[in-house]
Design a protein around this ligand. Sequence first.
Ligand SMILES: CC(C)(COP(=O)(O)OP(=O)(O)OC[C@H]1O[C@@H](n2cnc3c(N)ncnc32)[C@H](O)[C@@H]1OP(=O)(O)O)[C@@H](O)C(=O)NCCC(=O)NCCS
Length: 192
Amino acid sequence: MGNKYSVSEFINNIYAFVMTKITMSGARFVRRPIYIRGKESLCGCKNLTTGRFCRFDLQGKKKTLHIGDNCEMGDMTHIVAHNHVEIGDDVLIASKCFISDTNHGKYDGEEQDSFETKPNDRRLISGKVKIGNRVWIGENAIILSGADIGDGCIIGANSVVTKKIPEGSMLVGSNRIIKHWDSNTNKWERVQ
Ligand SMILES: CC(C)(COP(=O)(O)OP(=O)(O)OC[C@H]1O[C@@H](n2cnc3c(N)ncnc32)[C@H](O)[C@@H]1OP(=O)(O)O)[C@@H](O)C(=O)NCCC(=O)NCCS
């Protein structure tokens, strides 16, 4: 059997391919099911490939989610973009990643939200997320408001990113840079 598709998978793929061309003509292959709320806020997506069960929660009158050229994302990627999420070109996102520019409430600075307020009644506070070109994001990674990931970065499986990360960095855990690309040695060198 090798890696051949089963009959039902083959039929599903044909359906998904036809729907891609009807509903997102610039994309390469958007697998089904996919849930997009606020599609008018989505732009880019040229040659986009997605896995199954991806979910984009978009809001706002302007374009809040830009996906660059030739991006690929695995199953169950969830993106929340109420203000500004920008994904560069040639980005590879593994399955079950969560990318969000929005929080329920404010927990630093002035006018913070109280623990007594129901989370769903708190103000929605949106910032920005930027993911550069050729970034590879490992499985289950979480990219939150404030993340600004430079070109060519590698984000390890299960990482959490909330900060500016210089280009060519390898990050694991919570914003922890462990290696960077050294163009003198042409290797990923450990950061002490
Ligand atoms: C980030 C990653 C690329 C690093 O690979 P690597 O350079 O070979 O890493 P190393 O084995 O040299 O590990 C370096 C250190 O980082 C730690 N580390 C590596 N990946 C980690 C991760 N995801 N979370 C936490 N720590 C991690 C290692 O334990 C090691 O720690 P130590 O120095 O204390 O011993 C890889 O571990 C990873 O997470 N890949 C994602 C895989 C994936 O999601 N694939 C989906 C298919 S698209």
